[in-house]
Design a protein around this ligand. Structure first.
Ligand SMILES: [Zn+2]
Ligand SMILES: [Zn+2]
Length: 118
């Protein structure tokens, strides 16, 4: 990607403090506020899904059962049998439940949570 319209921030968009690190200047948030903004975004995502599925998604992430492919947009999930793999993204998943598309599987939730952390 080319930096066509790189916006520079001199103060934090959340608390107004002066920003120093190049990363903060680019994102518009200081390190503490970045964490808070991400936590808020995650809480919002998580609130869209059923709690027991979110718990499974977080367990999957903790166990390293989901890894990022292609710039944190698509993720590879290792199935509970440890052999099969699925491709998951916040919008879809190639597991049996995901292909039926009736319910959001926890792979998609895990992908969604991880995509925020990117
Ligand atoms: Zn701040
Ligand atoms: Zn799935």
């Amino acid at each position: 990607m080319n930096a066509t319209t790189t916006h520079q921030h001199s103060n934090c968009l959340r608390c107004g403090r002066a920003l120093r690190s190049p990363k903060s200047v680019a994102t518009g948030y200081g390190p503490t506020c970045t964490r808070k903004v991400k936590a808020a975004a995650k809480a919002e995502v998580v609130s869209q899904y059923k709690a027991h599925l979110v718990a499974k998604a977080e367990e999957l992430i903790e166990q390293g059962g989901i890894i990022a492919l292609r710039g944190h947009r698509v993720f590879q999930v290792v199935a509970s049998n440890g052999i099969d793999t699925y491709k998951a993204a916040p919008q879809g998943c190639t597991c049996a439940a995901g292909l039926k598309g009736k319910h959001v599987c926890y792979h998609r939730i895990a992908a969604h949570i991880l995509s925020l952390a990117a």
